[in-house]
Structures are given as C-alpha cells and as structure tokens.
Design a protein around this ligand. Structure first.
Ligand code: NAP
Ligand code: GDD
Length: 325
C-alpha cells in the first residue's frame, strides 16, 4: 500500500517542491485547494507534476471543510503549508492572517484529533517568530520568541497549538521552524524574486528601475528544494519534535541585489535601485541567522545550495522567462 500525504498550500512555493519529493518516494499525494474560479497551477506545471497530484477542496478558514477532507482521506501524513505568508501584508490584513495562520491550524489539529489520531502532522512554523530574539546572533530551538508582525504572532499561536496537541493528546505533531527559502517559483512579492524578476526585466529593456524598501535587513536564505527534505524527515522520526532549518549564514537585501545584478552581467546596480518607503515595514526584523545544528544531528539534514548558487538559479530562470540571457 502506498503511503499517502495531504499537503495544504499545494499551489504555493513549497507545496509543489514537497509534492515532487513525496511523489518520487512513491507517495499518493493529495493537495488542498481553495474554492477558485481559476486556480493557478503554474508552480506545479513548472515542476511537471500537476497531473500527479489529486486535488481536494477546502479552506483553512472553514472548519467543516477541513473536517470532511481529513475524515475522508485519513492520510498517514499532513503537511500544513497553507498560510497568508506575506509578512508585509499582515499589518493591513491582521484578521485574515490570524484566521488562516492561527485558527486554521487549530481547526486542522482538532480534525486530526477527532478523525485521524494516528496521522502525523507538520506545521510550517517560521523564523519570523524569533523577530528580535537571538542567541549570540543566531536563532535555534531554544531562542526566545519576540515576533514583530501580525504574521509572526499568528504563526506563534499555531506553533504553540502544535506543541500543545502533542503534549495534551499524545499526537504526532511537529513544527519546522524554517528560515527564508526561495526558488524560481517564489511568489513575486517576496524580495528575492522581486529582485531577480526586476533585474531580468531591466536586462530585457522592459523597465529602468526597481523600487525596494529596507536594504539593510539580513536574512538566512536557502533553496526551497533543499528544505522539503528536512520537512519530510521531521515526520519520519520516532518521536515528534520541533526543528530549525536554515543555512547558518545570512546576507543583507543589498548583498542579494548586488549578487543578482552581477549574475545578470549588469554593472553598477546603484543606477537602477530606488528606495520607496511603501516597501518598508512598521516594525522590521533586522537579522535572522539559523543555528541548524539540531536538524543536522538528529535528522541528518543539511542544505545543499549556497547563496551564490541560489541567486544564479533564480536569475537564470527569470532571464529565461523574459527570453534574455
Ligand atoms: P506561499 O507560496 O505563500 O503558499 C501559501 C499557500 O497557502 C498558497 O498556495 C495559498 O493558496 C494557500 N492558502 C492561503 N490561504 C489559504 C486558505 N485560507 N485556505 C487554504 N489555503 C490557503 O508560501 P510558501 O513560501 O510556499 O510557504 C509555505 C509555508 O511555509 C507557509 O505557511 C509559510 O508561512 C511558511 N514559511 C515559509 C517560509 C519561506 O521562506 N518560504 C519560511 C518559513 C515558513 P492560493 O495559491 O490559493 O493563494
Ligand atoms: N517583500 C519585500 N519587498 N521585502 C523587502 C523589500 C521589498 O520591496 N525591500 C526590502 N525588503 C526586506 C523586508 O523588509 C524584509 O526585511 C526582507 O526584505 C525580506 O522580506 P520578504 O522577502 O518579504 O520575506 P520575509 O523575511 O518578510 O518573510 C519570508 O520569510 C519568512 C521566514 O523568515 C516569508 O516567506 C514568510 O512567510 C516566512 O515565514
């Protein structure tokens, strides 16, 4: 019998990479899709797996839809990747962000407890929960949380609910506390893809400027394709637990800009960047840098792609999209 897994957030960035990874392992993969007139399968198409996933309808804000899906499927594993995941929008849409990212997880956990108590559950937690918190400049599983955005706060609720269902009901529920991970199918609103898309548009002669916010923020950027293996490994352990995944290295937005223009063969990036206060945040997370030692020791997980390789991969994909190289 094939093992089965339900992935929420299947149409996003991580969903398709995880689905591909699980399909290659022989899983039957179900993907939760919201009710849409025109769902967008571009990211699954990009990885060539659209037809290999079975889609089920549901919404994280609709408890009964989740009850039905979980009751009907009773899959061995559930990976909850669905979220209002854009930090920048979470101030304007704090209620929606909370309903999806916090309450949605409570609904999932309640459904699992009621209908599928042997199902293993992965919660997509985030380094945004650390915010200002750090341990000697790094963040690990023991670092205190100090979230700086409604997004980070909503994810902290979900993190603790995931821990609480494990402790209260003995369910297999694990948090992956993932640092930023990117790819050629990263949504355009996130800074890395905004930059690589912008640089490709400049190279193609479609625009002359790229508007950004805070260039000094530092992030620990890895490749999404590497991180889904760590996610999978968390649910294969004997016991549920929480793990940080990251590279252990960080770079500023400015360094990403420099690297992206250089990878596209454009000199003097300063000629193209304009600072637009609209892209600055009411409260910023200045620096995130993982200490992924626990994941390495316990899961045997390590990221493969370097910062330079990540930038190159994203730039090449965007140049190709615009027909330039
Ligand atoms: P993403 O590209 O934004 O994908 C999120 C997905 O969630 C989208 O496909 C979206 O569906 C779906 N979704 C949103 N609201 C929903 C709802 N009410 N019901 C059902 N589905 C809903 O995010 P990602 O980068 O793949 O990240 C995956 C998860 O990891 C997210 O939970 C994110 O917060 C977390 N995370 C990401 C990173 C990172 O650097 N990428 C780091 C740490 C944690 P539509 O396509 O229909 O809009
Ligand atoms: N999006 C965006 N757009 N960010 C900008 C811009 C801009 O024009 N200019 C500067 N930045 C800065 C942001 O202020 C932030 O400090 C940094 O670039 C990264 O922003 P994002 O790419 O939007 O990602 P994020 O770090 O806020 O959140 C991502 O990573 C989290 C994990 O740490 C998302 O994927 C979250 O869902 C995830 O949890």
């Amino acid at each position: 019998m094939k093992k089965s897994a339900l992935i929420t957030g299947i149409l996003g960035q991580d969903g398709p990479y995880l689905a591909k990874f699980l399909l290659e392992k022989g899983y039957k993969v179900y993907g939760l899709v919201r009710r849409y007139s025109n769902p967008n399968f571009d990211n699954l198409d990009y990885l060539g797996i659209t037809g290999q996933v079975e889609y089920v309808e549901g919404d994280l804000t609709d408890e009964s839809s989740l009850y039905n899906v979980i009751k009907n499927l009773r899959s061995e594993e559930i990976y909850n990747l669905a979220a209002q995941s854009f930090v920048g929008h979470s101030w304007e849409m704090a209620k929606l962000t909370t309903e999806v990212n916090a309450l949605g997880v409570l609904y999932l956990l309640n459904s699992i407890k009621t209908f599928a108590p042997t199902t293993r559950f992965y919660q997509a937690s985030t380094s945004e929960m650390f915010g200002l918190g750090h341990t000697n400049g790094y963040q690990d599983e023991g670092t205190p949380f100090h979230p700086r955005s409604p997004y980070g706060i909503s994810k902290l609720y979900a993190y603790w609910m995931t821990v609480n269902f494990r402790e209260s009901y003995n369910l297999f529920t694990s948090n992956g506390i993932l640092f930023n991970h990117e790819s050629p199918i990263r949504s355009l609103q996130f800074v890395t893809r905004k930059i690589t898309d912008g640089v490709a548009r400049i190279k193609a002669g479609l625009t002359k400027k790229l508007a950004l916010g805070n260039l000094e923020a530092r992030r620990d950027w890895g490749f999404a394709g590497d991180y889904v293996e760590g996610i999978y490994l968390m649910l294969q352990q004997e016991k549920p637990d929480d793990y940080v995944l990251g590279t252990g290295e960080n770079h500023s937005v400015k360094e990403f800009v420099e690297a992206a223009f250089a990878a596209a063969g454009i000199a003097k990036w300063q000629d193209y960047i304009v600072i637009d206060p609209r892209f600055k945040r009411p409260a910023e997370v200045p620096s995130l840098k993982a200490n992924p030692k626990k994941a390495k020791d316990k899961l045997g997980w390590e990221p493969k792609a370097s910062f330079k390789e990540l930038v190159k991969m994203m730039i090449e994909a965007d140049l190709k999209r615009y027909g330039v190289s």
